[in-house]
Design a binder for this molecule. Structure first.
Ligand SMILES: [Zn+2]
Ligand SMILES: [Zn+2]
Length: 200
């Protein structure tokens, strides 16, 4: 695959896949209304925020002890902590995002018993995931202010002060629920914007 297509895989592949699934769901269950699809898509976005939190907290930062889990976490996320500005380590390639996507879709299908409902919820999950990819990429590669500034403070606190807190990237919701939110450090903000990314 072309390196740029591979780097931005999620941004073109998942809208196409979501469109195909929504179309297949509508073809199979034409009686389902748009409001129901919107409600399932909204629940999918909420599910994404929880998936993002749980993956980051328990899969990307597993309890120490070595072994396959830690090696996998290092490959998936540890490298990103060491080279936080490398786009290839910020954005998820197909090998990383496709298998969990398939697993989540299988669970949604089993949970709802409806292709159109599962497709709408999956579109919401992918929508949340694409927000995550975009926000995470922007946090590390730009100095944009505004809303991103707050996300950057939380995430740089996680990167450069304490990687045991602030697991949410797009939303602090589950950090508040599970008490892993902290007051972000201004030093972390400065450190993340230097070339090395190391705290000064
Ligand atoms: Zn990061
Ligand atoms: Zn992390």
């Amino acid at each position: 695959m072309n390196p740029r297509l591979r780097l931005y895989f999620s941004f073109w592949a998942y809208p196409i896949l979501a469109g195909a699934l929504l179309y297949a769901g509508l073809a199979r269950e034409p009686e389902r209304g748009g409001l129901s699809a919107l409600a399932f898509a909204g629940s999918g976005v909420l599910w994404w925020t929880l998936i993002e939190y749980l993956l980051h907290r328990f899969v990307f930062h597993p309890a120490a002890g070595g072994g396959a889990r830690e090696r996998l976490a290092d490959r998936l996320h540890g490298i990103h902590h060491r080279v936080p500005k490398d786009p290839n380590e910020i954005l998820a390639g197909p090998a990383v995002s496709l298998p969990p996507s398939a697993a989540v879709f299988g669970l949604l299908l089993a949970g709802t018993g409806s292709l159109s409902a599962a497709a709408a919820a999956m579109a919401g999950v992918w929508g949340g995931f694409l927000c995550y990819e975009g926000v995470h990429y922007g946090i590390h590669t730009s100095r944009a202010q505004g809303l991103l500034q707050r996300h950057r403070r939380w995430h740089f606190h996680h990167h450069f002060v304490d990687d045991g807190v602030h697991f949410g990237v797009t939303s602090p919701l589950w950090d508040w629920v599970f008490a892993t939110a902290r007051t972000p450090s201004r030093n972390a903000q400065r450190a993340g914007l230097t070339r090395s990314g190391k705290p000064s």
